[in-house]
Design a protein around this ligand. Structure first.
Ligand code: NAP
Length: 482
């Protein structure tokens, strides 16, 4: 007797119930025994007034079952509550988002015949997705991009381990380290160090904008791409378009203890309830889930039946061929089930092995430094006019706090002293860089004194210390700063 698996099923918003319904029907038709625990999250939960969008019963169900299949959840755009998707990924520390992009026979795209077969491994819990945002002034908004050394170490090791598990030969790391040298640079530097341990796999860094360009120009170049959260979000939607669109792009959120399987796409509200959308992306997420729980035969049955449906029977949903000649979501679903047992002669299954999930050593989790000092501070203040007057005033105040004003920048470019004679547009949020007068370590009492001196004249928002670790400056210069 085969085992019964208990799995949390979140049907999702918009097209969610249709795509998860189709997936459940197809998986159940294989005979695999699954006890689906149906749980809520997303729009319906927000409407009931729960601001996390994830009720405790859903949290408890995933905690018990360790595995969930999830439909897309709607997130209010530009206002309102935080994303319930991101909340779930973070709550269960599913730090890796694995997103395969593989060409399907019979799905015609400008890239057909190029053997597109790549996987994006997206860091899933850090970066701008932490959503730590503040209005600095009535006119200037800020989002903190926090990237940890251990977060980079884990996702990069996961990418290499994943490549090994599928017999893949090349890992690219896509970052914007040329511009964000501390944050995206940390990902690049960690990649270069970790890559030395995986001598069986080729490793190459690529700047993320060029990665987008090369993905469109030569997608067959890529095998595995590991990248930060925001980059990965954008690249994976682009990647889905190489193989026919978001209807074909599955995904798995994985961590040490929990896995949540979901498509790349969202709730596509304009198609909700119309029985038109393509369930393939969630179905293939379900196939990834079946392999994860060891149900390899059922996974292969579904994958082959899907490829036969697309590649031999030429049965498609609206996204592939428009309204004329396409079938409904339910007909497509039934057709896949009817094709159980058939195989596509050209579809090779990959050699799937369980991923050896990385376990970090203490020194990989947290690095320590031998020396550290503080060179100064950046004090962010709100100001409106008379830049020269502000510069003179802050220079005088700094002297009384054992500091000196080095420069003032606005939107990252030095505007005082105006050494270059340029006239950038100014917002009301200024970064004032104060450094030690005599090169000594800047202490907290000097900082507090400076803030108390500045405060009567200017509103201040926040302070950043200019840290130096093991002799290396841990902060960036302003544009135009020497
Ligand atoms: P979306 O829901 O992914 O839809 C964008 C477009 O992709 C659709 O208009 C449609 O393209 C195509 N599409 C998506 N799923 C499809 C499917 N199964 N079959 C065929 N075509 C499909 O993105 P969005 O409209 O930007 O976002 C809608 C909501 O979803 C937002 O609230 C967003 O926050 C949320 N979202 C959730 C997740 C998640 O749950 N993980 C991910 C992304 C977005 P055409 O218009 O060309 O037909």
């Amino acid at each position: 007797m085969s085992k019964t698996h208990t799995i949390t099923l979140i049907q999702g918003d918009g097209i969610g119930p249709e795509v998860t319904g189709a997936t459940r029907k197809i998986i159940d038709a294989t005979g695999v025994k699954i006890n689906w625990e149906i749980c809520e999250a997303g729009a319906q939960v927000f409407k009931k007034g729960l601001s996390t969008g994830v009720p405790q019963e859903t949290v408890d169900s995933i905690t018990r079952n360790k595995i969930a299949l999830k439909g897309p959840l709607e997130t209010p755009v530009g206002h309102g509550e935080k994303s319930a998707n991101v909340t779930l990924r973070k709550m269960f520390e599913t730090y890796g988002n694995i997103r395969p992009i593989r060409e399907f026979p019979g799905v015609a795209t400008p890239f057909s015949g190029r053997d597109v077969d790549l996987v994006i491994v997206r860091e899933n819990v850090e970066d701008l997705y932490a959503g730590i945002e503040h209005m600095q002034t009535p006119n200037v908004a800020q989002c903190l991009k926090l990237i940890s050394r251990s977060g980079c170490e884990k996702i990069i090791r996961l990418a290499f381990e994943f490549a090994r598990s599928e017999g893949r030969k090349m890992v690219h790391c896509a970052t914007k380290a040329n511009i964000m040298k501390a944050t995206e640079g940390l990902m690049k530097r960690t990649f270069e160090e970790v890559a030395k341990e995986y001598t069986d796999i080729q490793a190459q860094h690529i700047i993320v904008d060029n990665c987008a360009h090369q993905l469109v120009k030569m997608p067959e170049l890529f095998d595995v791409i590991v990248t930060t959260n925001m980059n990965g979000d954008i690249l994976s939607d682009l990647g889905s378009a190489l193989i026919g669109g978001l209807g074909f792009a599955p995904g798995a959120n994985v961590g040490d203890h929990f896995s949540i399987f979901e498509a790349v796409h969202g709730s596509a509200p304009k198609y909700a309830g119309q029985n038109k959308i393509n369930p393939t992306a969630v179905l293939l997420s379900g196939v990834m889930m079946l392999r994860h729980i060891g149900e390899f035969e059922a996974a292969e049955t579904i994958e082959q039946a899907l490829v036969v449906t697309l590649g031999i029977d030429k049965v498609y949903t609206r996204d592939v061929m428009g309204d004329a000649g396409s079938v409904s979501t339910t007909t497509f679903t039934d057709k896949i089930i009817a094709n159980f047992g058939r195989k596509h002669p050209e579809w090779q299954e990959r050699a799937y092995q369980p991923i050896n999930m990385p376990q970090l050593t203490n020194s990989q989790k947290s690095i320590s430094v031998k020396t550290r000092s503080v060179n100064g501070i950046d004090l962010f203040i709100e100001a409106h006019n008379d830049l020269d007057g502000m510069g003179r005033k802050l220079t005088n105040l700094a002297g009384s706090a054992n500091l000196k004003l080095k420069m003032i920048s606005n939107r990252g470019v030095q505007v005082y002293p105006n050494d270059h004679g340029t006239e950038p547009d100014l917002t009301d949020c200024f970064r004032c860089r104060f450094v030690s007068k005599d090169g000594a370590d800047v202490n907290d009492s000097d900082i507090m004194k400076l803030v108390s001196l500045v405060n009567p004249d200017y509103r201040w928002m926040h302070i950043e210390k200019l840290n130096v670790f093991d002799g290396v400056a841990g902060y960036s210069k302003a544009h135009g700063e020497d």
